[in-house]
Design a protein. Structure first.
Length: 183
């Protein structure tokens, strides 16, 4: 009889432990869990790379100092304006704000157990290699993809540019051609 009581207690404790583990696996990830995971993924360097790529695109929209028609004073002024703009853009949405915005999204989609498993992967040798190789892999991939996309989208862009030009040649609401200004 004594063995039955001990066996029943052991079974009850085992079931309790299993139930607690199952319950903890379904617990939502805490902010600290998600931040730890993001740090393990190298979020800071990834964010800086993203900002740098965005800045390169923004720079293309503005005048450069390479224009041979500019005076030295104009080049200096453009260089100064560009430097101030870049500094302001870099500070407009710091990585800490990005992390604050994304943490609740991760918490919505991943339990604490999943976040712990993902963090463990990124802290492992394979995870470290993955994080360190991704910029190079992405760069190599982009070197292949960007020219292909440019080549494939150019005819599409040209066709739509012609449609836009044709649409702008008519007077709105009348369908009649807009007269060209005389010189």
């Amino acid at each position: 009889m004594k063995h039955m009581i001990v066996l029943a207690l052991a079974l009850a404790m085992s079931l309790s432990a299993v139930a607690q583990q199952a319950a903890s696996a379904d617990q939502p990830a805490t902010r600290e869990d998600v931040v730890r995971m993001m740090e393990a993924t190298g979020i800071h360097s990834q964010y800086e790379q993203m900002q740098t790529a965005m800045l390169e695109q923004v720079k293309e929209l503005f005048p450069t100092t390479e224009d041979e028609h500019l005076t030295a004073a104009q080049r200096a002024k453009i260089k100064d304006i560009t430097a101030r703009m870049i500094a302001e853009i870099m500070n407009a949405y710091p990585v800490s704000d990005a992390i604050n915005d994304i943490v609740p999204i991760y918490q919505k989609h991943f339990t604490r157990a999943y976040v712990s498993a993902i963090t463990a992967f990124y802290l492992s040798p394979a995870g470290h290699k993955f994080v360190h190789q991704m910029p190079e892999i992405t760069s190599e991939y982009m070197a292949i993809v960007v020219p292909k996309m440019q080549q494939r989208t150019k005819p599409i862009m040209d066709r739509y540019r012609k449609e836009f030009d044709d649409a702008l040649k008519t007077t709105p609401g009348t369908g009649q051609s807009t007269p060209k200004p005389s010189k």
